[in-house]
Design a binder for this molecule. Structure first.
Ligand code: F0G
Length: 353
């Protein structure tokens, strides 16, 4: 029986007797062993499929906590900047508690499915002619000046909720993995996982800590380059971010764990994106594939110990962005007449080949 993370991990979260019992049954997402990827990469690869959350991304774990606390603290409205997933999740949970939700997104640069979600859940959607970093600067200022709660990952409750994914991985594997590979955009999620793993060790629920390997997209790799990027560019729109808010915390997670922050190219992202779907039957969004692309890159550099266990976080569901999938593969639907004869001819050709 699914319970949702506020109830399931109550002991580890800032849940009080006044916190609303909010849930869309987030969390308890699958951890798949990826057989063919493991064979190719030479380590035991697992995929944490966060796209299986209610609105299709990992944001639901943080959002259920942030929205419940906003309501508990008397707020009637929330606001966020977003490359798409945060806005979809905020809109859904705000709808559930009857809070007003304002979202600011970069015009033309968010996947259609995410925009559709924010709209149908009833959020006020503002599309600015600008990028995520500019949108975030604006909503931070608005939240300072007006009675509206910021629900970007600068809100500490977001990090609290998102750390539960680390707990689940430890439970599903029976221990922490050797490596945690994760896409990095605004850098909230890597911060949350690292906090989660450390807390589980402290609580005696895990015996070791993983190395944290975070991967930015090459055209948006501010942390790797050591300076903000004013016009970030990547096919992975979810992580098209040039000045990550949790920059220092991401660096700390990498340093303290003996891991790293590196980047992957759009080509490496798309190749991993196709392999995850074709080889493992899991459809994630392009940004999510940065975790697997990064692991492949590290293996090629000889940085993966054979036999070690690596968990790649697949942060969002591929259905949010079908356009990229259709462009990313050579396989196109074959158009033939709607007659049995034509279908049989095609099948015979296929069977013979
Ligand atoms: N993967 C996906 C699918 C995302 O949507 C995001 C962030 C990330 C990875 C990176 O996570 O920011 O915690 O480092 N999306 C945010 C949004 C920015 O607005 O939906 P991060």
């Amino acid at each position: 029986m699914r319970r949702g993370i506020l109830e399931r991990y109550r002991a580890y979260l800032p849940v009080t007797e006044h916190t609303p019992h909010l849930t869309l049954f987030e969390g308890e997402t699958p951890l798949y062993h990826a057989q063919r990827l493991s064979a190719e990469i030479g380590v035991n690869v697992y995929l944490k499929h966060e796209g299986a959350n209610p609105t299709g991304s990992f944001k639901d774990r943080g959002m259920v906590m942030a929205i419940a606390k906003a309501k508990e603290e008397g707020s009637t409205a929330v606001i966020c900047a977003s490359t798409g997933n945060t806005s979809a999740s905020a809109a859904a949970y705000a709808a559930r508690l009857g809070l007003k939700c304002y979202v600011v997104v970069p015009h033309g640069r968010i996947a259609m499915g995410k925009l559709a979600q924010a709209v149908i859940y009833g959020a006020e959607v503002l599309a600015i002619e600008g990028n995520f970093d500019q949108a975030l600067a604006m909503v931070r200022e608005i939240a300072d000046r007006y009675p509206v709660t910021l629900v970007n990952s600068l809100n500490p409750y977001r990090i609290e909720g998102q750390k539960t994914a680390a707990f689940e991985i430890c439970e599903q594997l029976g221990e922490a993995p050797d490596i945690l590979a994760i896409p990095v955009g605004n850098a909230g999620n890597i911060t949350a996982y690292w906090k989660g793993f450390k807390e589980y060790v402290q609580a005696g629920k895990a015996r070791k800590l993983p190395k944290m390997w975070g991967f930015e997209a090459e055209g948006a790799a501010a942390i790797v380059r050591g300076e903000p990027i004013s016009e970030p560019e990547t096919i992975a729109t979810a992580i098209r971010i040039g000045n990550p808010a949790s920059w220092k915390k991401a660096e700390a997670a990498a340093d303290e764990s003996g891991g790293c922050i590196d980047f992957v190219t759009d080509e490496q992202i798309l190749e991993a994106y196709r392999k995850i779907a074709e080889w493992e039957g899991v459809f994630c969004e392009p940004a999510s594939a940065a975790s697997v692309a990064g692991l492949i890159k590290m293996a090629q550099l000889g940085k993966c110990k054979p036999g070690s266990k690596a968990v790649c976080v697949l942060t969002g569901n591929g259905l949010k962005d079908p356009q990229t999938a259709l462009h990313a593969t050579e396989v196109k639907p074959k158009v033939i007449p709607g007659e049995m004869k034509a279908v049989l001819e095609w099948i015979n050709v296929e069977m013979d080949s």
